[in-house]
Write a protein that binds this ligand. Structure first.
Ligand SMILES: Cc1cc2nc3c(=O)[nH]c(=O)nc-3n(C[C@H](O)[C@H](O)[C@H](O)COP(=O)(O)O)c2cc1C
Ligand SMILES: O=C(O)C(=O)c1ccccc1
Length: 330
């Protein structure tokens, strides 16, 4: 991979404190296993918004897959489908959602609501028609994070010949994605009138915002700091999870992403109140190294690792994972 693109994928905002914290937070969380629970074989299947999944590990929305592999997002979709899980297609995907959907599903579509409402509605319609089963609205990006690796490398845009294919308007031109500092809950209310798809808000860290998400009729939320790429210094996502899960109180599914690398990380996240987790950078690495098969194998390996550590912790199903199984190391 071009080192400039590798830096784009790997990097975070500012000092990269939050990027690191997402991973190191899991180092401080220890599992308090149960024994003699006679769990037998594990069953990792979950159902989200009516879709049955083989695993509680989903693919997070990430931009520009054609920079990682010549088969791009289509290969990621094929790999996720083979592993029996959801791929969240980024609004900054480098292939059309229709083509990605041909390669595999189930898909959800990630949206940065654009100030141009008619255009936003057009993008939503495309995602719906392509068969996407939920919308993931990213709300942690009122402005674009400052990623200093990209600044140093002079990486500002996609190379010639590549574009955000789902940003094409009626004239066929691919528009730039606008980060909108004017985005508020009213716009999510508007979006609700535009689509019948389930809507998840991505980028919740504060329990008060989690309560607002429920009050505004959101169908799910994702505890996330955008993989440390937006607000450097933001709380690690797994550290924010318990208070958010408590505020939601089981009314809607709570998902989490950021720093999930091992089965034990998934176990801890589910125990602290997540219904499912999403994985970002490891999927890009797997895509770059092995295309669709790489993505499939990565997701299967992570799921097998989860299965293994659940056996060791005395849990049969994701629902068996409760907060008492996690202690903070001193
Ligand atoms: C290269 C890259 C591109 C990303 N692009 C998007 C995006 O287009 N939309 C979005 O909502 N999140 C985006 N994210 C954030 C991810 O969805 C996710 O929150 C994060 O990567 C999870 O952390 P992890 O990489 O440690 O697993 C991106 C992350 C990376 C690393
Ligand atoms: O890099 C990102 O994290 C991201 O969200 C993004 C959004 C738009 C274009 C490119 C990347």
């Amino acid at each position: 991979m071009d080192p400039v693109h590798a830096d784009f994928f790997a990097g975070g905002a500012g000092e990269e404190r939050t990027l690191r914290a997402n991973v190191t937070a899991y180092d401080r969380l220890r599992i308090v296993p149960r024994v003699l629970r006679a769990t037998g074989d594990r069953d990792l299947r979950i159902t989200l918004f009516g879709t049955g999944l083989a695993t509680p590990v989903l693919v997070a929305p990430t931009a520009f897959h054609l920079l990682a592999h010549p088969s791009g997002e289509a290969a990621t979709a094929e790999g996720a489908a083979a592993a029996g899980t959801v791929m969240v297609v980024s609004m900054a995907a480098t292939q059309p959602v229709e083509r990605i959907a041909e390669a595999g599903g189930p898909l959800w579509f990630q949206l940065y609501p654009q100030p141009d409402l008619a255009f936003t509605e057009h993008v939503v319609r495309r995602a719906e028609k392509a068969g996407c089963r939920a919308l993931v609205v990213t709300v942690d990006s009122p402005v674009f994070g400052r990623r200093e690796r990209d600044t140093r490398n002079g990486f500002t845009d996609l190379p010639a010949g590549l574009a955000c294919e789902n940003m094409r308007d009626a004239t066929g031109r691919a528009r730039d994605i606008v980060m909108d500092p004017g985005l508020g809950w009213d716009r999510l209310g508007w979006l609700r009138t535009v689509t019948g798809l389930p809507i998840l808000v991505k980028g919740i860290l504060h329990p008060a915002d989690a309560r607002l998400a429920v009050e505004h009729g959101m169908d799910g939320l994702i505890v996330s700091n955008h993989g440390g790429r937006q607000l450097d210094g933001a709380i690690a996502s797994v550290d924010a999870l318990p208070a958010v899960a408590e505020a939601v109180g089981g009314r809607i599914p709570v998902l989490v992403d950021g720093g999930i690398r091992r089965g034990t990380d998934v176990l801890v996240a589910l125990a602290l109140g997540a219904t499912a987790v999403l994985v970002g950078r490891p999927v890009i690495t797997a895509l770059g190294g092995g295309g669709a098969a790489g993505v499939r194998d990565h997701l299967r390996t992570l799921t097998a690792d989860l299965d293994h550590v659940m056996a060791l912790a005395g849990a049969r199903r994701p629902a068996d994972l409760t907060p008492d199984l996690v202690a903070v190391a001193r």
